[in-house]
Design a protein around this ligand. Structure first.
Ligand code: PIR
Ligand code: CA
Length: 312
């Protein structure tokens, strides 16, 4: 069986951690590299978290490289400490990683990994601000033709979270997102419209709490704290577990319904900065290279998560 090769670019973060567990525990996925970007917490903190999650998930053979410590043009406006805590993973226990971060910059590791693999065999899975992906596309423009596709968590065509119309990963570095969306690689935007259907319900948490593995115990801690923080800071009864939705799409595209649509990132709007402006007025033109995720098969999605942590 030919596994699906992916690079995860992340800022862990509770839901990033779930995405890494899903990728590590699913037999169809081969994680070639993990790269980190400042977002939910500082670069230093999210990189330490990535190393420790990778250790727990038996991915310690995978190169992990740190990337951008700040957005391309703007000041880093937010680290999401209200949601992810001071460490980025407050309230969870992880092994200390006894191996080191790769000496390359994330953008270099992304480029070298894609160029070393056969054409159209690697899928990029960005689940944080898009700074590293934009840098990689500028560092080696050939990667744009060479990747299979970019399946990213970010944006939303009808809703935002940090602003009325802007989602955190896009809002944090809109210029980087603009670069990524204007390149002609196939992009699947798994945005808030979709991830707000991936709620960690009481039933889901109960099922995971019943699984006896180190990964399942960690996942229970993650979902417990994520729920508390989402309740306290945003009033959600159940938290949307965003990032694993992108990984789930790579594993099984049937887990969600998507639709082709032209997407542009607003970088100059007065109230709409960071918005992923999506044209849903009519069928997309032939040459449209972007699609947006619309509807999640929730049962199928949570089964993927529970199966993955059983395997770890
Ligand atoms: C989630 C995130 C940031 C802020 C909030 N409030 C919630 C992170 C998640 O890790 C995900 O990648 C994306 N950004 C969702 O906006
Ligand atoms: Ca994230």
């Amino acid at each position: 069986m030919q596994k699906k090769k992916i690079i995860i670019d992340c800022d862990p973060g509770y839901d990033d951690a779930v995405a890494i567990l899903l990728a590590a525990g699913n037999p169809l996925i081969d994680v070639l590299a993990i790269t980190t970007v400042a977002g939910n917490q500082t670069l230093e903190k999210v990189t330490r978290n990535a190393l420790r999650i990778a250790k727990l998930a038996h991915l310690d053979h995978v190169p992990i490289a740190a990337g951008a410590a700040r957005p391309l043009l703007r000041d880093q406006i937010v680290v999401a400490a209200n949601i992810h805590g001071e460490s980025g993973l407050d309230g969870t226990t992880l092994p200390e990683a006894d191996y080191r971060v790769d000496c390359r910059h994330a953008a270099e590791l992304i480029v070298e990994t894609i160029m070393a693999e056969p054409e159209k065999s690697v899928t990029l899975v960005p689940i944080g601000p898009l700074t590293n992906i934009a840098l990689a596309a500028r560092l080696e423009p050939k990667i744009v033709d060479r990747v299979k596709e970019v399946v990213l968590m970010g944006g939303g065509f009808h809703i935002g979270n940090v602003k009325p119309m802007a989602e955190f990963n896009i809002e944090n570095d809109p210029e980087a997102a603009h670069i990524v969306f204007e390149e002609k690689w196939p992009i699947v935007m798994v945005g808030l419209d979709l991830t707000y259907q991936a709620l960690a319900t009481a039933a889901v948490k109960k099922e995971i709490a019943g699984i006896d593995s180190q990964a399942a115990h960690f996942l229970t801690q993650v979902l417990t704290r994520f729920s508390e923080n989402y309740k306290r800071s945003k009033g959600f009864d159940e938290p949307p577990v965003h990032d694993p939705c992108a990984v789930a799409y790579v594993i099984d595209p049937m887990v969600m319904q998507t639709r082709k649509a032209v997407v542009h990132v607003e970088c100059w709007g007065r109230y709409s900065n960071g918005m992923t402006v999506t044209d849903l007025r009519r069928p997309a033109p032939e040459d449209c290279h972007t699609s947006v995720a619309i509807k999640l098969d929730q049962t199928r999605f949570w089964n993927l998560i529970t199966d993955a942590v059983k395997n770890l």
